[in-house]
Write a protein that binds this ligand. Structure first.
Ligand code: AMP
Length: 621
């Protein structure tokens, strides 16, 4: 039974607010809800139209923004005023985009290499967050129209490899569209929820290993998940951001062109013919998902394609996805036979040959009963229902793709939350000052696997100020990291003796692509040996420098009590240590630290004894 509430202030009846699930896709987006009566997830559609809203935005001359099917028409007519694939730009810098070698018909603005990209439209600039917000606003408006109730709360899905910046950008886009984004969840997790895998798993105490194979129009993603006690964990992800059903279409066009003796140069000159063939190619591909031969005409060109020919054409493309699957399994430390469940996502998994190949690869039948275009949104709706308090059994979990830590003495990376830690996650550690009377401490937050922060990626920096004057080593600064369920990091620093504290939310300005994450991981492996050596040297150097400083202080205070010989020996040992530090020789530094300690130990003990004796004088025990 649906609950009805009365607003005491206005006396009006209030319907229980619906939380929607949104799949914000590269090519298409859609909204789903849990049907209030049937309790089943459904994708929202108007009348008999498709539930899919093309993620395309057209800006007309008058400054109006048009989103969806209508905007898609302008991709051909007015490409410079029509934006597609805005999701690919989320949280990215101009440099990132250049490295990807993306060819987009619209203008991307280079306003500094480490700035986030913007798109120029007339005399205005739009950020990917704004662009995505236009799509979300359209989805919100559609949902409100269909449901006849305001929609203000949503769960939005993102690819599992999206980093902090990209998740935050998605959340910001929601906010800008007037949506309270209650949760950002991973697309493969959402797909698994749509198949009810979490519920099926609850009866056992065994973890379940799931592969989510997502082949859309332009992108391919494979994710390996582990499910235990209704909790999902992303073990690994892989994919290709430029591989999908569109490549199937291109292969068919090339095949037809070759059969008709049309050169590719000719095709690139005659865009009308190329476009006509592309449309027919997609139609052929879709037709062959349920038939054996496709026959049609384009002007006087006869177009024939058999299912067998299609399979031969797409085989190399599917082989590429298999390479990604192998890598994802390897990263998760698994083999294909360990996977118990395979979930199919994305329109291109409708091609029977794709299903066969995936099924053969994993050696089991694939889950394909739910509409592969809607499955992610349906899962988001299920999660939205959980958040609305209707289903309390599921808890979602993700992992951090790279380690998070802070810079410590000598530019070393001190990891607080290691890579692959479960999200939400919390960690804290105590640090102290290096100099007497140090009034502030710089907290620099880094992400990455290398031992030196200079090789990692800086996320944020702040100063803990007003630390009361104390000798070096006495203040206790506790640095805390907290990653919330959306993968957003909060960093806090508190000096425990005085209680002063400061905290920041880390919204990284720079986005990382999955390729970059992969590169950072690879680098850490390639450089592991030299990193370990460098870390050992840096630690030795820091220890040596600190010993020199403290000995210096000790000598200043206690010069009068030391013998001349002790003074000379100490000075010589200090000089030798200083030399070893200058030479960057780790073993020599350790040796000289020992030597200096050996020289100072006898008099340090003597002075200590005298001090204690002095303090005890006159006191009775
Ligand atoms: P998505 O990005 O998930 O919406 O997937 C879109 C891709 O799926 C496009 O390349 C479509 O041509 C393709 N697609 C849609 N329906 C079918 C079908 N029945 N058989 C094969 N491919 C399809």
């Amino acid at each position: 039974m649906a609950k009805i509430a009365i607003n005491i202030a206005t006396g009006s009846l209030q319907k229980e607010e619906m939380i929607v699930g949104i799949d914000l896709g590269t090519t298409n987006s859609l909204v789903a809800i849990i049907h209030p009566e049937t309790k089943q997830p459904i994708a929202l559609r108007e009348h008999n139209s498709s539930s899919l809203v093309p993620s395309v935005i057209y800006f007309d001359e008058a400054g109006n923004v048009i989103v969806g099917e209508e905007a898609k028409k302008y991709l051909e007519i007015s490409p410079e005023r029509t934006i597609y694939s805005a999701k690919r730009l989320m949280g990215k810098t101009y440099q990132d985009i250049q490295q990807e070698g993306q060819l987009l018909a619209y203008q991307i603005i280079d306003d500094g290499t480490d700035q986030l990209v913007k798109v120029k439209m007339g005399d205005r600039f739009y950020s990917p967050v704004e662009l995505s917000s236009f799509i979300l606003a359209e989805l919100k408006q559609r949902a409100e129209h269909i449901l006849k109730t305001p929609v203000t709360k949503a769960v939005i899905t993102v690819p599992a490899y999206f980093n902090d910046a990209q998740r935050q950008a998605t959340r910001d886009a929601g906010k800008l569209a007037g949506l309270d984004v209650l949760r950002i969840i991973n697309e493969p997790t959402a797909a698994s929820l749509a198949y009810g895998l979490d519920r099926a798993n609850q009866a056992t105490t065994e973890p379940q290993l799931i592969a989510v194979y997502d082949l859309g129009g332009g992108t391919f993603d494979i994710s390996i998940l582990r499910l235990l006690d209704g909790v999902f964990e992303v073990l690994s992800t892989n994919g290709n951001t430029f591989l999908g059903g569109d490549d199937f279409d291109r292969a068919i066009v090339a095949h037809w062109a070759q059969a008709a003796n049309i050169s590719l140069q000719e095709l690139s000159r005659n865009s009308l013919l190329a476009q006509g063939l592309r449309v027919k190619a997609e139609a052929a591909k879709i037709y062959l998902s349920g038939a054996d031969v496709f026959e049609d005409k384009l002007n006087d060109l006869s177009l024939v394609l058999t299912k067998k020919e299609l399979e031969t054409l797409i085989e190399p493309l599917i082989a590429k996805t298999m390479v990604c699957c192998k890598q994802a399994l390897k990263d998760a430390g698994l083999s294909a036979s360990d996977i118990q469940t395979v979930v199919m996502v994305g329109g291109s998994t409708r091609t029977p040959f794709v299903k066969h190949r995936v099924s053969d690869f994993f050696g089991k039948l694939v889950h394909d009963a739910v509409n592969p275009d809607e499955v992610v949104a349906l899962g988001a709706a299920i999660q939205a229902d959980v958040l609305a308090g209707h289903n309390k059994d599921i808890l979602l979990l993700d992992i951090t793709p790279l380690s998070l830590g802070i810079e410590t003495a000598g530019g070393l990376m001190d990891v607080l939350i290691p890579r692959n830690a479960k999200i939400p996650s919390k960690a804290s550690r105590q640090y102290t000052t290096q100099v007497d009377g140090q009034g502030s401490m710089r907290i620099s937050v880094f992400q990455g696997e290398r031992d030196l922060v200079k090789d990692n990626r800086k996320l944020a920096e702040f100063n803990l100020i007003n630390i009361p004057g104390m000798p070096a080593g006495l203040p206790k600064v506790e640095v805390g990291f907290l990653i919330n369920a959306d993968g957003i990091l909060m960093v806090s620093a508190k000096e425990l003796r005085s209680g002063i504290e400061q905290s920041i939310e880390v919204k990284p300005q720079l986005g990382l692509s999955d390729d970059q994450v992969e590169k950072m991981l690879l680098d850490s492996i390639t450089h592991a040996k030299e990193d370990i050596a460098l870390r050992a040297l840096t630690e030795a150097r820091t220890e040596g420098e600190q010993l020199l400083q403290s000995t210096e202080r000790f000598l200043q205070k206690n010069a009068s009590v030391l013998t001349k010989e002790e003074m000379l020996q100490t000075a010589a040992a200090m000089q030798a240590l200083q030399m070893a530090i200058t030479l960057d020789n780790k073993d020599l530094i350790h040796e000289k630290i020992e030597a200096l300690n050996d020289v100072s130990r006898p008099y340090a003990e003597r002075i200590m004894d005298e001090a204690i004796a002095g303090a005890m004088k006159g006191k009775k025990i």
